[in-house]
Design a protein around this ligand. Sequence first.
Ligand SMILES: NC(=O)c1ccc[n+]([C@@H]2O[C@H](COP(=O)([O-])OP(=O)(O)OC[C@H]3O[C@@H](n4cnc5c(N)ncnc54)[C@H](O)[C@@H]3O)[C@@H](O)[C@H]2O)c1
Length: 369
Amino acid sequence: MADTGVSTESLGAGLKDIYRGKKLRVAIIGCGGICATQMQSLRQLPQVEVVAGADIHQWRLDALRESFGVTELFTDYRRMLAKVKPDAVTVCTPNGVHAPATIASLNAGAHVITEKPMAMTPQECQRMIDAARKNKRKLAVGFQYRFHPSTQMLRRARDEGQFGKVMFVKCQALRRRGIPNWGVFGQKKLQGGGPMIDIGVHVLEMAHYLMGSPKPVAASGRTWTYMGDKPSDVVSQWPGWDHKTYTVEDLAVGHIRFADGAVLQIESSFAAHIEKDVWNFTLVGDQGGCTWDPATIFTDRAGTMINATPAYLPRGDFQTLFDLKLEHFVDAVLYDKPLEAPGEAGLAIQKIIDGIYRSSSAGREVLIK
Ligand SMILES: NC(=O)c1ccc[n+]([C@@H]2O[C@H](COP(=O)([O-])OP(=O)(O)OC[C@H]3O[C@@H](n4cnc5c(N)ncnc54)[C@H](O)[C@@H]3O)[C@@H](O)[C@H]2O)c1
């Protein structure tokens, strides 16, 4: 951490560092779309200094310098790690680079937060966790939806026992027509999959967190590709995706069984003939249930069936969720606090996604170890 002056006494170690002007020196690997969202959050944190950026494309680095004033820029993240030696790294590359960039950063002594999904496979996730343990560094997964006020409120209701035993959860991350027309989101070898690994992961991780993170034991799934690999002249929000390199699914469904007997169903699409986009889950317990959007608790009170909605919830827009997740990570590193979404949480979700994909290939239910 760089020392720049100012001092106070009788504060915790991390706080003392901040008041002395010592900042957490953060570097970014992968300077595309989500890096800009992260930069908006990071630059508001007085305890953080973004010291470097790495991207394989010089134009991305130029944009980072012009938009955010970052001047230490590298086209090779390994060179950046060796030269800059950041305290922490945020990995914002396509999914296929999450594992190598994270492991290299951990081995270079940095704490890491990696964007979702944690990686492309459970094996990669395990190697990332092993590297964090070996180097005694924190490893966080960028699951911002568990910081959403609705998720936090419903999780508290669960912890208070309002749902009783959770039996069934139905998750939906569905786009009627939302195939990304940037980056490499359509390329399986660089991403690991399509909507299930890209957006299904969000609703899945929220729901799994709300269930109390039970152990998945078996998956049954099916994926279909029928639209993304063809040209289209239909008007939509992101037209003109690269259909020639499109190798991921358009639609995926999965059915997961957990060790505690609970069952989770998930549906995810980049493109599906449905009325409208859906981003939600419904949870059913033996004492109560809930939906995430609008956040509502379903229960029995005073001899009748009650739908309870919060009178007030704080903001939960996309940028605010990034502010919360990055502030939490920085706080956890500076004050050695536990992470809301450590590598182990990412691995559990990755095993579910992997199980759905494996089951689809095998044409039968598969076990999750
Ligand atoms: N948490 C969220 O809600 C959220 C939202 C969008 C994207 N993401 C995740 O963020 C990641 C990036 O998505 P994006 O939309 O920013 O994609 P993007 O294509 O806009 O940006 C990715 C950047 O990584 C760079 N890159 C590729 N290989 C690299 C390497 N070896 N070293 C350094 N840089 C490399 C690319 O040149 C590009 O600039 C993905 O994993 C995605 O799932 C998360």
